[in-house]
Structure formats: C-alpha cells, structure tokens
Ligand binder design. Structure first.
Ligand SMILES: [Zn+2]
Length: 290
C-alpha cells in the first residue's frame, strides 16, 4: 500500500516536471522569436529616409526583403540602413529636367579630403554620403587605396567634358555621348554616383576594382555600366563608375544580373522616382521663390 502511494507521488511530480518543462520551452521560443523580429530594431538608422521600394509590390522577390537585417554594421563601425534606396534612372532616354541642376544644390555635401583624390569636383548627394564614406573607409582599412575621383558634376562642367569629347571624336556628338554623357543625361549630375581613383580603363587592373567587385554591394553600390550591357545602358564599359542604389537593391540587382535600366522595368518603377528626396526642392517651391 505504502509503495503504491509512493508511486502516485512520483507520478504527480513527473507530471509537474513535464508541465514546467513545457512552459519553460514555450517561453524560450517566444523570447527567441522576439529577438529575431527585433534584430537591429533598437539601433539608429543613418538616414531617416525609408525604402523607396513600393511596399505593395507583388513580385515574389519582395518576400526576400523581409529576411534582410535592416542594419549593416560596417567593419569600421558605421551603421547603414539596408532598406534605403535611390533608384532615379538617368540616361540618354531619361534626361533630368533643366532646373534639376539648380535644385540639386540644396542636397550636396562636401566630401571629406580623406575619401577623395580630386580637388576639382568634391561634392556628392547627402543621401549617399554615409554609404560612400563608409565604403571608402572599409576599403582603406583593408589596405586598398580607394578614393573618390569624380562625384557630382554640374551641367556646366558636364558640358565642358562633353564638348571636349566631341572634339576628340571629330565632331560626332552621338559617338561622343557613349563615352561622356550630355549635360542632364549623366548620373554625375545627380550626385548619386562616383568615379573612383582615376576614371580610366586601368582601374580594372587595380586592387581597388577587385575590392569593389567583392564589396561594393554591401554599401549599396553597383557597377553601373558592365561590359556586356552597352546595348542596354547606352554607355561603354566603365570599371570606375559606380552608382548608389541601396544595399538591399544592389544585392538583388547583382543576383538578378540586371542593370538599373532592366531593374526599373522589371519592377515597373517610375524612372523619375527619387528625383528629390523631399518636397523642399520641388518645382512648386521654385515657383514660390520666383
Ligand atoms: Zn562616371
């Protein structure tokens, strides 16, 4: 009889232990799920801008974005927003408006001397400043002497370069435009891109180019004019010209093997999106000023 009572006690204790174990493991799962959901959530974004990718996009790849951590902490300790993007498409068929050259001035910032090797053109769009400087700093930390050579260029500077190229090719403007874009059709007029180190074919043979091919997408930059895509971009292969599109977007574009032209079409985006980062430089504001 006593043994039976003892058995019942053991059975009750066993049941209680099992219940306790179930509660503890459920709690552990809840805490783990919460941690995963809040990954990076407590950190401060480098930019207050949110992603420009439409949230109602029904494309299958949109599910991938939910899995990407929203913050990338660079090797030099800079926190970058992986969802931030700048997808303004500028090319021969999608020129900038005439007044863009004036309006964009409100958005330009001076690049610190540590990150550039040119004193002629020294400004870049403020939106991409944290990304480009973090990238150059990371390359330099890796012992690679990456430097910004040519970032933003005004229409006036672009026109000088274009006219020089026209002379070089004997007056053929169309031919010149495949090498130097006409004013208003160059990405350099936006401040969202940069040529690195030398803006020359020799760049392809450098450690800087190798580093960029391996790392640029982590900072939101893509090789804008790949060798095999001239028929799509309208521009010759330029190993030195890199465009900021956004970290998540750059990785997606590279995995899809798409140029910006192809990506904008694939996602059915408005090529003029991200023309201005807020309303302060819109045409309406200009009219009020006048
Ligand atoms: Zn360029």
């Amino acid at each position: 009889m006593a043994k039976k009572k003892f058995d019942i006690r053991i059975a009750i204790i066993a049941v209680l232990l099992a219940v306790l174990l179930a509660v503890v493991s459920t709690l552990a799962i809840v805490v783990a799920a919460d941690l995963i959901n809040n990954y990076g959530g407590g950190k401060t974004d480098v930019s207050s801008q949110t992603s420009s990718i439409p949230v109602d996009n029904t494309d299958t790849s949109s599910t991938e974005s939910e899995d990407t951590p929203s913050i990338f902490v660079t090797p030099t300790g800079v926190e970058l927003d992986t969802k931030f993007s700048r997808l303004l498409l500028i090319n021969g068929s999608n020129p900038l408006p005439d007044d863009y050259d004036t309006n964009v001035r409100d958005y330009l910032v001076e690049i610190d001397e540590n990150y550039r090797n040119n004193n002629y053109v020294t400004q870049i769009h403020k939106d991409i400043y944290p990304y480009i400087t973090a990238m150059v700093a990371a390359a330099q930390a890796d012992g690679v002497d990456l430097k910004v050579w040519s970032p933003f260029r005004s229409y006036s500077i672009q026109n000088d370069l274009f006219q020089r190229q026209v002379e070089r090719v004997g007056g053929d403007e169309a031919k010149a435009a495949t090498v130097v874009a006409r004013p208003g059709t160059s990405e350099h007029n936006t401040g969202l891109c940069a040529d690195f180190n030398m803006a020359d074919d020799a760049f392809e043979q450098t450690a800087m180019f190798t580093w960029m091919c391996e790392n640029a997408e982590d900072y939101g930059f893509i090789l804008r004019y790949p060798e095999e895509k001239q028929s799509i971009t309208g521009v010759i292969y330029e190993s030195w010209h890199w465009r900021f599109v956004g970290i998540e977007v750059a990785k997606e574009m590279n995995s899809l093997g798409m140029t910006l032209e192809e990506y904008v079409e694939y996602k059915n985006l408005d090529p003029t999106m991200d023309m201005y980062t807020d309303d302060s430089a819109s045409k309406d504001t200009e009219q009020i000023k006048d």
